[in-house]
Write a protein that binds this ligand. Structure first.
Ligand code: SAM
Length: 451
């Protein structure tokens, strides 16, 4: 089996200027989107992605480009001629679109299956006034200073593998100090900061989202978890205060829900703006593994929704996410193929390669994505738009045409294709002389109308 991680299909340096239109659609939206693309070249936003203030308080995998999502939001807002749109993101992650919607004073609803994502999103949109955020920084520092105990009074399976004893003692002291803080909103800000502290002070590499032990030489590095935590809190308080000063306080409070989008029930919004996973977490981005250690140190009772299932083991959350369960996957193949010729074509490629495991994973992912889409159609008002940012990951060295599959599955559920925009992503890797494939990845923004 060869399941490559997320990877682009054939990149095209001019891809962003190639937009396909549905001639039956009104021109104004399409020309507005075209203007947005033209104004931003290849939509790369390199060096200027807008990841500032609340966007930047805590790391989460695969965060979207704020400037691009904000720009898309503006196109639809202008289209609505001043009527404030309500926005939904069913795969909210750490809340990139939430922050952009909040900055524009728009009503926002968000869903994610990962309690750590929901916590970060809540903190990014906290309504705590600046004075209270400052007081919080002082209060937690006071509790840490007053706690002279070196007790390691918090433990979990695998703790000694992932944390040095001195680091674990420091994290336990920070944990005790946060629990002394009054107010759950206040503690949530600090839990998110502890999550970021855990990320940089654990024995797991920060270069990958998977749990992956560091080499011994790195495990012995200098770590002062208190200093890391103080730095993270200080920075977060400063960024959140500045974020807050940009908000329209009269805007409706965001409604955030922890749960599987296939099962949620929330009122319809005008616009769906989202970026779903590009494949099963296990072989693309393991959001659950990324969150596992951070969640272990938190008081789960403080989190917005039941979170115990997420810390049962390192794979629990990833197994519950789209494509996480392979059982009976192939039973859905014929039905999916009937609705998506692009998926049928791709599965035939895997058949020809005898790639049984890859095939099962792809079918399981699209089975789950399709049932999520069934739900998503009910989250948007009739004639409202859905704007999906997706990437074509590779399986067995073949690019899965997710942009086309998504479009076909949505059309089969009564949606009308409007347009798609290609985005070229410059890789962080150094450009090798003649290899554009090594230096570029691409994403597609698929726009459809509900009905
Ligand atoms: C590409 S990320 C979204 C990133 C986000 N837009 C951001 O900028 O931070 C996809 C998200 O989908 C979530 N997810 C996966 N399966 C889900 C499901 N069944 N229901 C809800 N969320 C799910 C993951 O936890 C992850 O946070």
């Amino acid at each position: 089996m060869n399941l490559d991680s997320i990877c682009s299909d054939e990149p095209n340096a001019h891809a962003a200027t190639l937009i396909s239109y549905d001639a039956a659609q009104p021109r104004s939206l399409q020309s507005r989107l075209q203007k947005f693309v033209d104004a931003h070249g290849d939509l790369a936003f390199s060096g200027d992605d807008g990841r500032d203030l609340a966007h930047d308080i805590v790391q989460y995998p695969a965060m979207m480009v704020p400037k691009m999502q904000g720009g898309l939001l503006d196109c639809f807002q202008t289209e609505a001629q001043g009527r404030p749109l309500s926005v939904v993101d069913p795969f909210m992650g750490s809340g990139t679109i939430l922050v952009e919607a909040r900055r524009r004073g728009l009503a926002f609803r968000g869903v994610d299956i990962n309690p750590y994502a929901l916590l970060i999103a809540q903190v990014k949109s906290t309504m705590l006034p600046g004075g209270e955020l400052d007081a919080l920084r002082v209060a937690v520092d006071g509790h840490i200073g007053a706690d002279t105990s070196t007790a390691l009074d918090h433990d979990f399976p695998g703790r000694s593998k992932w944390f040095r004893n001195d680091v674990a003692r420091a994290l336990a002291r920070i944990r005790r100090s946060i629990r002394k803080i009054e107010g759950v909103q206040q503690r949530r800000v600090l839990w998110a900061c502890l999550g970021e502290t855990v990320r940089v002070s654990s024995n797991s590499r920060t270069s990958t989202f998977k749990l992956h032990i560091r080499p011994t030489s790195e495990i012995g590095r200098d770590i002062d978890a208190f200093a890391v935590f103080r730095g993270v809190v200080s920075r977060a308080v400063d960024l959140l205060k500045r974020e807050r000063s940009r908000w329209d306080r009269t805007a409706p409070a965001p409604e955030l829900q922890l749960g599987d989008v296939r099962k949620v029930s929330i009122p319809r919004s005008d616009l769906l703006l989202s970026s779903p996973p590009y494949g099963d977490n296990g072989t693309t981005v393991p959001y659950g593994q990324f969150s596992y250690l951070a969640l272990q140190w938190m008081d789960l009772a403080d989190l917005p929704g039941p979170a115990r299932h997420a810390v049962k083991n390192t794979h629990a959350l990833d197994t519950k996410s789209l494509g996480g369960g392979l059982k009976n996957a192939l039973a859905s193949r014929a039905d999916l193929e009937a609705r998506s010729p692009a998926l049928a074509g791709f599965l035939a490629l895997l058949d020809a390669k005898d790639a049984d495991n890859g095939l099962k994973r792809v079918v399981a992912f699209y089975r789950d994505l399709d049932s999520a889409l069934e739900r998503c159609v009910d989250l948007v008002k009739p004639k409202g738009h859905m704007v999906w940012t997706v990437g074509n990951r590779r399986v067995c060295s073949e690019a899965v045409p997710m942009d086309v599959i998504l479009r076909e599955l949505l059309e089969a559920r009564g949606c009308t294709f409007v347009t798609d925009l290609k985005r070229v992503i410059p890789s962080k890797r150094m450009a090798t002389k003649n290899s554009i494939t090594d230096t570029m990845r691409s994403e597609t923004v698929v726009v459809v109308r509900n009905g």
